[in-house]
Design a protein around this ligand. Structure first.
Ligand code: ATP
Ligand code: MG
Length: 180
């Protein structure tokens, strides 16, 4: 499974339609402070179903819609589309390519799409369940998280490492089995 591209329209600082391609290997995004690097990471988290505006550095979800600048009016809608190469079927669906989209209007109307067909948020979250890349996973570590991890207690840090290593779910199974 590989991230192929992301198309952003009206999300945070991306007022114009912006297509970012990930050609394979490792991609680095560089730019001055405030140029929108974190906004790109957040757009990925958003399209995968992030429900907390706070995790996206806002107070309400419509805060992710382009709010205008000195020379540009605000926009009424944010839309993000993520294209994934799934030819290895890492994500358990028959599709070789997955296009996930999320749209949000200022009045709060919101919709999700899977390969251009409208779907539920649950359809999106189910896709990523048990893949380690869905909501709340550590596949995207934001600037604040780094500090949080450094400052956490040893036991907390151990649980983060166990989670990443995939040991955590076995511990959960073990403790459930012991209770039974
Ligand atoms: P740094 O190097 O400091 O981490 P960065 O490249 O990660 O910077 P971001 O945090 O992604 O930068 O971008 C911040 C910019 O995005 C700010 O200029 C902010 O005004 C702008 N921004 C955030 N939300 C919106 C919005 N809804 N509408 C317009 N601009 C926005
Ligand atoms: Mg940043």
């Amino acid at each position: 499974m590989q991230l192929k591209s992301i198309e952003i329209i009206g999300f945070k600082s991306f007022a114009d339609k912006t297509l970012i391609k990930f050609p394979g290997g490792m991609t680095g995004i560089v730019g001055p402070n405030g140029s929108g690097k974190s906004n790109i990471a957040e757009s990925i988290r958003w399209v995968m179903g992030e429900q907390s505006a706070k995790n996206l550095r806002g107070s309400r979800m419509p805060d992710v819609i382009f709010s205008g600048s000195a020379d540009r009016r605000s926009l009424g809608m944010a839309s993000v589309t993520l294209t994934l190469d799934n030819s290895d079927h890492f994500i358990k669906t028959p599709f070789d390519e997955l296009k996930l989209s999320r749209k949000l209007f200022r009045n709060g109307d919101s919709s999700y799409y899977l390969n251009e067909k409208q779907c539920r948020l649950k359809d999106i979250t189910d896709l990523f369940m048990d893949t380690g890349i869905g909501q709340g996973s550590l596949s995207i570590i934001s600037q604040g998280n780094v500090e949080q991890i450094f400052n956490s207690k040893p036991e907390e840090r151990r649980s983060i490492i166990e989670n990443v290593a995939g040991v955590y779910k076995y511990k959960q199974h073990k403790s459930t089995a012991q209770k039974e």
